[in-house]
Write a new protein. Structure first.
Lengths: 122, 137
């Protein structure tokens, strides 16, 4: 291994599975992913058929002359994938990134909106 | 005020931490690891306290600077709905960071970006390192 390769090896960030909430509401499903330190530019959301992949990089570079005295967190490469159910309208999936939390809204397909079946007395 | 000196509350053994990592509690108050995680940096001019608090608005965070400490307080509120999976912790949190150096209290600033809070505490003149020139006699 050359010296250059070694350097990139060292700089590789740890892979982190971000904490995720999956919630159902009346207007569909919501996925909240905690990704602190990830900017909009470094966030990648991929939808391939039924698989929704979310990844992002949080890199904390230390300014020149600054030393860390106490460390409890570092950067990381967040990665998580979800399988999207067939009742989700894939064309209307919406993503918002705010304050380090990615919010994915997966609305239900119109035709599978829950419907009450009326029972008729025979 | 709660005494918070280390990232771990009370006595934790490696076994406790193993259980904690396998079955973490969703309530911040029941976790044995302090929340939020903080990094403390320093250069010649300032002290830097950074912490990862995703999903918090800076207006909902309460930062207090006392004589010898910086207190970070807030609450992560849960979203209303039917939960299929919950991994993001919720609840009230507080962290106290002891500061020994003299701080220019009026010039302290805080910024929030992508869920990362950074508090910059400028050192007051008397706590800055000074070069002493040696004169030849």
């Amino acid at each position: 291994m050359t010296e250059n390769e070694l350097k990139t090896e060292e700089r590789r960030l740890p892979r982190v599975k971000p904490a995720t909430d999956i919630i159902e509401k009346e207007d569909g499903f919501y996925i909240f992913v905690d990704m602190p330190g990830v900017s909009k530019e470094s966030l990648i959301i991929d939808l391939n058929e039924d698989e929704l992949k979310v990844s992002g990089k949080a890199e904390y570079s230390l300014p020149e002359g600054q030393k860390l005295g106490h460390v409890e967190f570092g950067g990381g490469e967040y990665f998580r994938s979800f399988t999207v159910s067939h009742i989700v309208d894939k064309d209307r999936i919406k993503a918002t990134l705010k304050d380090g939390v990615l919010e994915l809204h997966l609305p239900r397909l119109e035709k599978v909106q829950p419907r009450k079946i009326e029972i008729q007395a025979g | 005020m709660v005494i918070d000196l280390s990232p771990f509350y009370g006595a934790t053994t490696p076994i406790d931490r193993l259980f904690e990592s396998l079955w973490p509690s969703m309530a911040i108050s029941q976790r044995s690891v302090a929340y939020p995680p903080i990094n403390i940096g320093e250069d010649d001019e300032n002290l830097y306290v950074r912490c990862e608090i995703p999903g918090m608005d800076i207006a909902d965070l309460d930062l207090t600077l006392t004589d010898s400490s910086l207190v970070i307080k807030g609450e992560r509120k849960p979203v209303q709905g039917k939960y299929y999976r919950q991994e993001r912790p919720t609840g009230v949190f507080q962290r106290i960071i002891n500061i020994q150096a003299a701080i220019d209290r009026d010039a302290v600033g805080a910024t929030m970006r992508d869920g990362l809070l950074e508090v910059v505490l400028p050192k007051s003149d008397e706590s800055k390192p000074k070069k002493i020139s040696i004169e030849a006699v």
